[in-house]
Design a protein around this ligand. Structure first.
Ligand code: ADP
Ligand code: MG
Length: 332
């Protein structure tokens, strides 16, 4: 029998506990009691974020292997800590396990989850494990910390600031679109969808160096997440669509079609950082990104008019509101 029932709830928790290395010093009490007990670094505030990954909503078991699902469950949460400029420290894992999930699949999930946590030196300190009726449910809560004066919020963008984005956009959404069409995405694109990399080192370095006025991570798509940042800052923006960084495979596969711009603007699940900074800080921020090995591109500028979003095409023309990227935006 390979089902999970044989081990039972406590057998599964023990299996998880055995996979984890020794807890770091700030975990005064880890898995095994009614609560974990944590020490916060002196002078820092606690950051808390939670994400659900629901089968049929956020992932399909026939499109992802469980190891990568485990990794992605960590990544999407650490991306939120990164977006504040914080240091991720602990994870809490809630699992709803359907009866048809095999022990092998459970082990693969744990492998991926624990490996991704270890890569970021994040301790797994607790959770809850239940049987689910039908669908695999993953709920992850991440804790991080940051000095209060370093915290990068969505609300700090000012007119005249540059708009910058890390990495390349659209790869994940292109892979998803291909899966939905029944096509097999290239490995590099599929990896961006199933196993995204949270920009933790870059987020922290940007917060430490100063000069960044606002930051958000890109989970819902550039236009939607930029919209959140503009709204909370009470400003507008000019976005040069030709400056949006795209990977080589993405550019090749979307050349000559409208799909490329749509996916880059509205696709989602990029897990890159979108930030604003005064123009004087540009060189310093670029140097930090280069040092970390992540590209950082200027894609526009913050405007004083609240709610104004100007989308400029490569030839400088304003894109008409009928453009599909705009329609996506309206639906969001
Ligand atoms: P309680 O019933 O008091 O909530 P549990 O029996 O559910 O306690 O959990 C026992 C211990 O195992 C707790 O420390 C809990 O945080 C941990 N735990 C349970 N499920 C998980 C999980 N999926 N991941 C990590 N830790 C877990
Ligand atoms: Mg419990």
């Amino acid at each position: 029998m390979t089902g999970l029932g044989k081990l039972g709830e406590f057998g599964l928790i023990e299996r998880l506990r055995q996979r984890l290395g020794p807890a770091p010093a700030e975990v005064a009490l880890g898995i095994g009691d009614d609560c974990a007990a944590l020490q916060l670094p002196a002078g820092e505030q606690l950051l808390v974020t939670c994400d659900l990954l629901l089968e049929g909503v956020h992932f399909r078991r026939d499109w992802t292997d469980l190891r990568r699902l485990g990794r992605k469950s960590v990544a999407v949460n650490l991306s939120d800590i990164a977006a504040m400029g914080g240091t991720p420290r602990q994870l809490v894992l809630g699992l709803g396990l359907p009866g048809d999930l095999s022990l092998e699949e459970f082990d693969l999930f744990l492998d991926g989850f624990c490996a991704a946590a270890a890569e970021h030196q994040v301790a797994v300190i607790g959770g809850d494990t239940c049987r689910a009726q039908q669908f695999l449910t993953v709920s992850v809560t991440a804790f991080g910390s940051i000095a209060p004066n370093r915290l990068l919020r969505r609300s700090g963008a000012r007119p005249g600031d540059l708009l910058l984005v890390s990495g390349t956009l659209g790869d994940s959404a292109l892979a998803l679109a291909q899966l939905q069409r029944g096509e097999q995405p290239e490995d590099s694109l599929l990896a961006r969808h199933l196993d995204p990399t949270p920009q933790v080192a870059l987020g922290r370095a940007l917060a430490e160096c100063g000069g960044v006025s606002a930051m958000i991570d890109l989970s819902d798509g550039l236009l939607a997440d930029l919209g959140h940042l503009l709204e909370q800052s009470g400003v507008g923006a000019r976005l040069e669509t030709a400056a949006i960084p795209r990977s080589k495979p993405f550019a090749r596969l979307t050349a000559g079609s409208e799909e490329g711009l749509d996916l880059a603007l509205a696709g989602g699940e990029d897990y890159e950082l979108l930030l604003t900074a005064a123009p004087e800080a540009r060189d310093r921020l670029q140097a930090i990104a280069t040092q970390i090995g992540v590209p950082l591109a200027v894609i526009g500028e913050i405007l004083p008019e609240a709610g104004e979003l100007q989308l400029l095409a490569a030839d400088g023309r304003r894109l008409a509101p009928g453009h599909r990227g705009y329609n996506h935006f309206a639906r969001d």
